[in-house]
Ligand binder design. Structure first.
Ligand SMILES: C[S@@+](CC[C@H](N)C(=O)[O-])C[C@H]1O[C@@H](n2cnc3c(N)ncnc32)[C@H](O)[C@@H]1O
Length: 282
């Protein structure tokens, strides 16, 4: 079953998914995915994911990447999503059924020991390498599931990008809580910036890595909401790691305070950069 946020302090780092799979977290993933859809589609185009392809989606979560892929590969292609959480797989299957999306399947599995067949035209993974101890090893194994000439595309955040322009102390503080919390549980908050290196170490030839940056003007509430909800998801780690107390965070008022803070400086909110890195196997 899916884990809860409280597990972050009790589950060994090699097996835990930091954010859990509560309904709130799945809903947050869904909202985040809507925001990432444009950049993700751009990375599909840049890396050459095309109609008719058979694609494997690593760490499929609520299914958003797999659904975007299904739209891209069309009825002549197919998509298989794999996730270690039974809760996430059941949720994604249910969405596929409710939304009438065909040619997409979800299975429970661990990306560190995949048993899903091979000969894929493409392997894609968004926000999954952050949760494994050896990203290059996972990429190397995933690349072995590709047919010759197949493409591998990974997407991860570069979280040091979190800022307001001009700076505001609350935004700087939220950036420190989030990056600090990921570091505290042994996860690299700037993995996106390292993806090029990860793909090279995994043996891909001349990979390309590009960052796509989203910005929110201070009048758009979605930025403040995303920031506050991400802090909510990470709250137990932020508190248990000593980065801040619950009183200092004040989660119930954080969204409004963040919205007001940005308005006070007419600040542009810069959220984490989504970095895409891709390469082909010979
Ligand atoms: C942040 S979510 C990303 C979901 C989706 N890729 C997206 O971008 O919307 C990370 C997902 O990876 C899954 N995950 C974490 N470690 C995993 C592992 N070792 N094997 C398979 N899935 C894993 C989690 O269960 C979670 O659903």
């Amino acid at each position: 079953m899916g884990r809860t946020l409280a597990d972050m302090t009790t589950t060994p780092p090699t097996t835990r998914y930091v954010l859990g799979h509560s309904d709130t977290e799945l809903a947050r993933l869904h909202a985040q995915a809507r925001m990432l859809a444009g950049a993700t589609g751009a990375f599909f185009t840049l890396s050459g994911i095309a109609p008719g392809m058979r694609v494997l989606d690593l760490g499929s979560g609520a299914g958003d990447v797999a659904f975007l892929l299904a739209g891209r590969v069309g009825p002549s292609g197919s998509v298989l999503g794999v996730d270690s959480s039974e809760t996430a797989v059941a949720f994604a299957r249910d969405r596929a059924r409710r939304e009438g999306i065909g040619d997409v399947e979800f299975v429970v599995g661990d990306v560190r020991s995949l048993d899903v067949g091979d000969g894929f035209d493409a392997v894609v993974g968004r926000l999954i390498l952050l949760y494994v101890d050896d990203p290059a090893d996972v990429v190397r194994s995933a690349a072995e599931l590709l047919r010759p000439g197949g493409v591998l595309l990974m997407m991860e955040y570069e979280m040091e990008a979190i800022a307001s322009l001009p700076p505001h102390p609350l935004v700087t503080q939220i950036g420190r809580w989030l990056t600090g919390a990921f570091r505290h549980v042994g996860r690299d908050p700037v993995l996106g910036a390292r993806l090029h290196d990860v793909l090279l170490r995994a043996g891909l030839d001349e990979p390309i890595a590009l960052g796509l940056q989203a910005y929110f003007g201070h009048e758009d509430r979605r930025g403040a909401r995303l920031g506050a909800e991400t802090v909510r998801s990470m709250l137990p780690v932020i508190v248990s790691s000593g980065l801040a107390t619950e009183q200092e965070i004040g989660i119930e008022t954080l969204e409004q305070r963040l919205f007001d803070a940005l308005a006070s400086v007419e600040g542009i909110l810069r959220i984490p950069t989504l970095v895409g890195a891709w390469g082909r196997v010979a």
